[in-house]
Design a protein around this ligand. Structure first.
Ligand SMILES: C[S@@+](CC[C@H](N)C(=O)[O-])C[C@H]1O[C@@H](n2cnc3c(N)ncnc32)[C@H](O)[C@@H]1O
Length: 237
């Protein structure tokens, strides 16, 4: 009984928040609303104007990611340009900037990009608005997409996947997945604040309907957290 109750609670926690509020909103309007309503900071209230959620700030989750990506960037050698798409509050991106020759950060939310332009400074760092579904991807050696695709519908993810190969040498994708590997990937989901964990699913770009073709695939980092795992996968083309 206790187990069932806790499972129900966990399910509720990961259910998309007030999906009816998002009916009819564009992707840009939806994610602007998420930040405005502080949907991702409800469990960890703070004063920062933009908050991308605990998974973007908890060192137990972010530490292994920053170590893995900075290690990869050092391994990759000099002259590397990085595009961080869906950069969010930039709590993580900021730690990676020193390891790139050029660091281009993008997000779909214009107010957030304006905020970063006013507050983050490094000569080789830039911020721009970009929708990874509709817009052409920037020229970069390495594209980072951390905990972004999990919020998008399968049609939206597919539009992104169709840009590969041809957009970069390495695509590094981080997704929140069920802890038990025996889940059905890529169940349909509306674009917005919630993720597929509420239906025991998660985004796997190698599986149908996406079937991303890469010359190699490697897990760079895998952290058990928040009723699931946060897995970072490197796809090289
Ligand atoms: C959960 S946050 C993750 C932020 C950051 N990558 C991190 O891990 O801390 C997801 C971010 O993706 C952005 N986003 C959602 N859809 C997007 C799209 N189609 N194109 C670009 N950014 C998008 C949101 O605005 C939000 O900032």
């Amino acid at each position: 009984m206790k187990k069932l109750f806790s499972r129900l609670l966990n399910k509720k926690k990961h259910k998309p928040t007030a999906p009816a509020d998002y009916d009819g909103l564009s992707r840009q309007e939806a994610f602007s609303k998420v930040y405005r309503d502080r949907i991702w900071s409800r469990t960890t209230p703070d004063e920062s104007p933009f908050h991308s959620g605990e998974g973007s700030r908890n060192p137990e989750v972010t530490g292994p990611y920053v170590a893995a990506i900075s290690g990869f960037l050092q391994e990759f050698g000099s002259g590397k340009s990085v595009a961080d798409i869906g950069c969010g509050d930039f709590e993580i991106g900021r730690q990676l900037v020193p390891f790139a020759t050029r660091y281009m950060a993008f997000d779909i939310v214009p107010e957030l990009i304006e905020h970063h332009r006013a507050n983050e400074t490094a000569d080789h760092l830039s911020f721009d608005v970009l929708d990874l579904v509709e817009d052409p991807l920037p020229p970069a050696d390495i594209i980072l997409v951390r905990q972004v695709l999990q919020h998008l519908s399968n049609d939206d993810v597919l539009s992104f996947v169709r840009k590969f190969p041809g957009s970069c040498q390495h695509l590094i994708v981080t997704e929140h997945l069920p802890a038990d590997e025996n889940f059905v990937p890529n169940l349909e989901h509306d674009s917005g604040p919630g993720i597929r964990l509420s239906v025991n699913s998660g985004v796997d770009l190698s599986a149908a309907p996406f079937n991303l073709q890469a010359s190699s695939k490697r897990i760079l980092c895998d952290v058990l957290a928040y009723d699931g795992r946060i897995r970072t996968t490197l796809y090289s083309f």
